[in-house]
Design a protein around this ligand. Structure first.
Ligand code: NAI
Length: 335
């Protein structure tokens, strides 16, 4: 069995708690993993004087795979987002976020199964803003043909590889005619190469309403960075909350697996966070490493724990601690 060396970033807030639980479960699956633990963000700033140390980037470039906990970004002041910096530094251009209802979890749409493909490198999300004169701020939205074409290609290739039938581009090209117009034009240019996959588009505000009313009409959605960020959380809410929404950031130089949610400071340090989202990101990581048997073992054990319904974290109405939930999954794998 091949040994995998993987960069591990525990992150901030609930990060270390959910990452520790996930590491225990992944190791119990029998996969041979050597973890290279690195810090980044506020912790790195304090220790090394920089939020993104070269050693962390070098480790991910060398290993080509990382599992990452959430990172805190100060609001309205302080350092710029380390997540954005990391995605840019490694050109992790595709943010893939499956949204699939889990068994026996109360949610509005128990059959839901869609995938968000979010452009990860540009848009307003790049945080390019400055004060023009006091009281007037300019925030720059960059959309390029290159990045828009690349993410559309990714969405269609993903659809082919995963037997998906339709890709929907989400935009606001009625208002932002040039920028979102370019994104949409690139999407339809790429779509021509994939005649077996249906291609359509929706304006983002209507798409949000449609997601709440009739989400089953969506299959794969491709979005610019900011719309992708917001719509991801909306979709997490459709299937039972942020504790259940996994993700991956993919580029030519590597892949970073992380949950959709953030560092949840309101529950950090209590050992009550739901590790499912990052665990599912870990399962995506195992599949990326072609450890398909181990991925299936972990997934089945996790599903069994959900179906049984006895061990649930607080966000799902239970009283199990993060570590209890991990132990229940590990016990299932041993059965
Ligand atoms: P958040 O996602 O951290 O929390 C939103 C709500 O969901 C909170 O009530 C929280 O308790 C709950 N929640 C999130 N994950 C959960 C889990 N695994 N189990 C149970 N409940 C969970 O969003 P918020 O509060 O807006 O952001 C907090 C910090 O996280 C900010 O600094 C933000 O910048 C950062 N962030 C980092 C991300 C990343 O590293 N990829 C992504 C999103 C936010």
């Amino acid at each position: 069995m091949a040994k995998h060396t993987i960069t591990l970033i525990p992150g901030d807030g609930i990060g270390p708690e959910i990452v520790a639980a996930t590491v225990r479960i992944l190791e119990a699956s029998g996969v041979d993993i050597e973890w290279e633990t690195h810090i980044i963000g506020a912790q790195a700033l304090e220790k090394f004087g920089t939020t993104i140390p070269d050693a962390t980037i070098d480790s991910i470039k060398k290993n080509r795979v990382a599992l990452k906990g959430p990172l805190t970004t100060p609001i309205g002041k302080g350092f710029t987002s380390v997540n954005v910096g990391l995605r840019k530094a490694l050109d992790l251009y595709a943010n893939v976020r499956p949204v699939k209802a889990l068994p026996n979890i109360e949610s509005r749409y128990p059959e839901l199964d869609l995938v968000i493909v979010r452009e990860n490198t540009e848009d307003l999300y790049a945080g390019l803003e400055h004060v023009v004169v006091p009281g007037v701020v300019e925030s720059i939205k960059i959309i390029t043909e290159k990045a828009s074409t690349r993410i559309a290609e990714y969405a269609f290739q993903y659809s082919v590889a995963n037997n998906r039938k339709k890709v929907t581009a989400i935009h606001k090209a009625n208002i932002m005619k040039l920028s979102d117009g370019l994104f949409l034009e690139c999407f339809y240019n790429v779509a021509k190469k994939y005649p077996n996959i249906e291609a359509d588009d929706k304006i983002v505000d209507n798409a949000c309403m449609q997601l709440v009313m009739r989400p089953e009409q969506f299959d794969v959605m491709v979005l610019e960075n900011l719309y992708g960020d917001i719509v991801s959380d909306l979709c997490a809410g459709l299937i039972g909350g942020l504790g259940l929404a996994p993700g991956s950031n993919i580029g030519e130089q590597g892949a970073v697996f992380e949950a959709v949610h953030g560092s949840a400071p309101d529950i950090a340090g209590q050992g009550v966070a739901n590790p499912t989202a990052i665990l599912m990101s870990g399962i995506m990581m195992l599949r990326h490493l072609e450890e398909n048997d181990a991925a299936a073992r972990v997934e089945k054990a996790m599903m069994d724990v959900f179906i049984e319904g006895e061990t649930r974290t607080k966000d799902l109405g239970g009283s199990a601690k993060t570590a209890d939930f991990a132990s229940a999954i590990i016990d299932k794998m041993k059965q």
